[in-house]
Design a protein around this ligand. Structure first.
Ligand SMILES: [Zn+2]
Length: 310
């Protein structure tokens, strides 16, 4: 049996504690799963009544026996009672590749709906990238946001809020499932980024040919310092059908460790304050304009731009 509980059990466990650590005064959203009744070494199980969600600070304390079984049961009955779950995410790359659905932007981006930014990544005074976003329900009421890497969420209207204990992934669904948000920050190898690009390629009418030797291809791009000027020489066009321009940005973002910081907004279904909605994901951006009663599907994979307005 895997020590990590099945998805539906984890969802129950985080909901039970109101998406924050239930140790009095804590409330941190970076949760892990503590098996206490019976402990894992006595019997491998995922019984809801014998497992509790605790934060990364209090889980080791529980393992060390700081809390009694009775206290842990009491925590389960008296969850984190803060209305706002709050956590700071230390995602501060100097530069990064941002993936929005199937679209890519280097270092900075703004996605705005009805004149209001719903996603924004920009350089702070310390030259690091700050991440901000705002989640509203259909009526325009804000229920979660990230402001300069500090995340807050009103859990009273949330269907599910899953934040990884390693603080690199956030997934939220609003109660009526009309608003969803999934974002992941990681450092990836060239090969892993290329796999993503290949997946996004499938949405293109003229997908680029797969690259035979990925490291060699990227090393070749790395040599081209003045790519924009010389772009035409290797086939760059405004609507780059071979994805070369994107791949050039990818290699230019490789750090000393060979990894590429990737901020991946893999799925977002968001409302602006005016009831207009957008959907990023499945390799596309979809906008809907209620007034006109129509929706527009736009496959914009590889559109390297920093700003998307709807
Ligand atoms: Zn805690």
């Amino acid at each position: 049996m895997n020590r990590d509980p099945p998805l539906h059990v984890k969802r129950q466990l985080r909901k039970e504690v109101n998406y924050g650590c239930p140790v009095p005064g804590c409330g941190k959203p970076f949760l892990e799963w503590h098996h206490f009744d019976p402990p894992w070494h006595v019997r491998n199980h995922h019984d809801l009544s014998g497992v509790i969600a605790l934060c990364t600070e209090h889980h080791p304390q529980a393992d060390a026996g700081v809390f009694s079984v009775e206290q842990l049961r009491d925590f389960k009955r008296n969850p984190n009672n803060r209305e706002l779950v709050c956590g700071k995410f230390e995602w501060m790359p100097e530069n990064c590749i941002i993936r929005l659905g199937g679209n890519y932007a280097p270092d900075r981006c703004r996605v705005s709906v009805g004149g209001e930014d719903v996603i924004r990544v920009e350089k702070s005074e310390s030259e690091m990238n700050d991440v901000s976003f705002t989640l509203r329900d259909e009526a325009g009421v804000e229920f979660a946001k990230m402001a300069e890497n500090v995340f807050t969420c009103d859990t009273s209207t949330v269907h599910d809020l899953a934040i990884s204990s390693s603080a690199n992934r956030i997934k939220i669904w609003h109660e009526r499932r009309k608003v969803g948000f999934e974002c992941h920050y990681s450092r990836k190898s060239i090969e892993d980024v290329e796999k993503l690009i290949q997946l996004d390629c499938e949405a293109l009418k003229q997908p680029p040919k797969p690259i035979e030797n990925i490291p060699a291809f990227y090393e070749q791009l790395f040599e081209i310092d003045n790519y924009k000027k010389d772009g035409l020489a290797i086939g760059w066009r405004r609507r780059d059908p071979v994805g070369t321009y994107l791949r050039w940005h990818v290699i230019k973002h490789r750090g000393k460790d060979g990894q590429i910081p990737l901020l991946d907004f893999s799925y977002c279904r968001l409302f602006g304050g005016d009831g207009k909605s957008i959907q990023l994901g499945r390799r596309r951006i979809r906008t809907s304009n209620r007034e006109l009663g129509c929706s527009v599907n736009t496959v914009m994979a590889f559109n390297l731009g920093n700003s998307f307005s709807f």
